[in-house]
Design a protein around this ligand. Sequence first.
Ligand code: PRP
Length: 180
Amino acid sequence: MHNDVERILFSEEDIRKAVNELGKRIADDYKGKNPLIVGVLKGSFIFMSDLVRAIDLSCDLDFMVAKSYGNAAVSSGTVKIMKDVDADVTGRDVIIVEDILDTARTLASVKEHLSSKGAASVKICTLLDKVTAVKAADVKADYKCFDVGNEFVIGYGLDYAEKYRNLRYIGVLKREIYER
Ligand code: PRP
């Protein structure tokens, strides 16, 4: 699978450093609170597992499944919530954890969904922010690790057609793989 990678954007070490720093920031900001941290599957699963261990604070964890891409390389424009959180969100300080903020459609709809369930606050934490993307919704990251451009990024949870999620680094997929 490494042969399909055009270049490495962020190494294991870059990621470890950024995730640990972000975890410390979140722990400081939520001192004395008991946030509900919601990972949006599947892309966030590796980031979520490293991030929560970097947040030295009592917190509850939950997961949602939201789908927007299918197997295509571009967003389909529709977001479906396939699995809701199990926790009662009422009055909770929620932090949504995502792998990538692209058009922002997914996070806009997940944020709206959790706010409408009565959360006291809802913040967004993303591993990557595709800053060049045209945002379909007015949603910004409250916390993020890295900005990326318009490349097709894979690894550390991010896939192309369900592959490459287990790469330990974040890389750019060779164009010939998704254009063939
Ligand atoms: C990807 C990614 C984000 C979303 C970002 O999810 O994990 O959830 O797209 O795109 P957006 O900002 O344009 O909405 P995908 O539907 O591919 O599912 P996955 O997490 O299982 O990979």
